[in-house]
Design a protein around this ligand. Structure first.
Ligand SMILES: Nc1ncnc2c1ncn2[C@@H]1O[C@H](COP(=O)(O)OP(=O)(O)OP(=O)(O)O)[C@@H](O)[C@H]1O
Ligand SMILES: [Mg+2]
Length: 331
């Protein structure tokens, strides 16, 4: 007899989470694959956290890269390799040999991109693949009443893409997305520090700065951070002090694009649903929702209540898990 196991995968630009039916979230790994390119076809050396430590430190024969960019598949083979490794890890030593996968994909992707997600999971060994759009999974994960006749607005701010949707009666009424997220904020911080201080920093340092002192709105306890990088003038290491206000200025373009996306969607929302949202507020998910004050800024611009859901990094995977527990896969 063949046993089957159902798993949900939130395949993100920066993090991939796996939810196993009956168990909860069992894997949280950075979306990174390290390959040995001396062999043809290239051989997978490591995936996830182990591969992430290799970024920027690899010898010529090994590359460590992210298979997704802006929420969609940038390298198909690498994506399938990463999914294969994660599915195997989720299977462990269990007798399950037929894994059914529910895969989260961004909304607003083309039919070709959708197909690529489906086929990558099939190639990775899934016997059956169903797709769920990120905003719907996020809304379910945040515990919003998606199947009731009330409008709920959910905005997921990821690493490579941000999406917003109004859901009601189990379906998406209106949605919008921009290919801007936390990664772009890191890039903006790198560009700002380069321009203003003639200092070159890497993306890890930039992310660190964003998490430690970044914000979308003024906050109590603003601080300054001493950072190290390479002086672009003489090529030598140099220290510079960066303030919260500077980081806010650096990320403001990205943040404004996300705010505009939400405003555009509100403008297109039917009046009854808009009044539900005014009562119930907008819920934020995704790692980008952790940027200090982003809820406050969105609330000020839209004049709606805004809250960040509990565990924003897990919310999409949790929502997929709830679908699995309800046996939405059927069979
Ligand atoms: N405390 C924090 N403050 C600001 N940003 C944060 C914080 N913690 C995590 N992030 C950012 O959140 C992003 C990761 O979020 P998440 O895991 O939701 O993205 P993803 O699902 O991989 O990407 P996508 O959904 O765009 O494909 C990264 O850009 C990370 O820097
Ligand atoms: Mg995501």
């Amino acid at each position: 007899m063949l046993f089957s196991q159902d798993i949900g995968i939130d395949l993100g630009t920066s993090n991939t989470l796996v939810y196993a039916k009956g168990k909860g979230i069992i894997i949280r790994e950075p979306s990174v694959v390290a390959m040995d390119v001396r062999e043809t076809p290239s051989r997978v050396v490591a995936v996830g956290a182990e591969a992430k430590t290799m970024i920027g430190r690899t010898p010529g024969s090994i590359t460590a890269e992210r298979p997704l960019k802006n929420g969609v598949i940038a390298d198909y083979e690498m994506t399938a390799d990463m999914l294969r490794a994660l599915i195997r890890k989720a299977q462990g030593n269990s007798p399950f040999n037929r894994t059914r996968v529910m895969l989260c994909i961004p909304s607003g992707v083309t039919e070709v991109e959708r197909r690529a997600f489906h086929d990558a999971a099939r190639n990775a060994g899934a016997r059956y693949v169903s797709l769920i759009e990120v905003p719907m999974a996020a809304a379910i994960g945040a515990g919003l009443p998606v199947s009731e006749p009330v409008g709920s607005m959910i905005a997921d701010i990821g690493a490579g893409t941000s999406e917003v949707a109004v859901v009601s009666l189990g379906d998406v009424v209106s949605s919008n997305s921009v290919r801007v997220g936390g990664d772009d904020m890191d890039e903006a911080i790198i560009a700002y520090i380069r321009r203003k201080h003639n200092l070159l920093i890497g993306s890890r340092t930039a992310e660190d700065i964003k998490i430690k002192i970044g914000s979308a709105y003024r906050y109590d306890g603003e601080a300054a951070l001493n950072i190290k990088g390479r002086n672009l003038v003489d090529g030598l290491p140099k220290n510079v002090e960066i303030t919260s206000a500077e980081v806010r200025e650096a990320v403001s373009d990205c943040v404004n694009q996300i705010v505009d996306m939400i405003c555009d969607t509100l403008e297109k929302t039917p009046p009854e649903l808009a009044s539900d949202i005014l009562d119930r507020g907008i819920v934020l998910t995704g790692g980008g929702a952790l940027l200090r004050g982003i809820d406050k800024l969105i609330s000020q611009v839209t004049k709606m209540p805004v809250r960040v859901c509990k565990d924003p990094l897990d919310c999409v995977a949790t929502g997929t898990g709830r679908c699995l527990e309800k046996n939405v896969l059927g069979v």
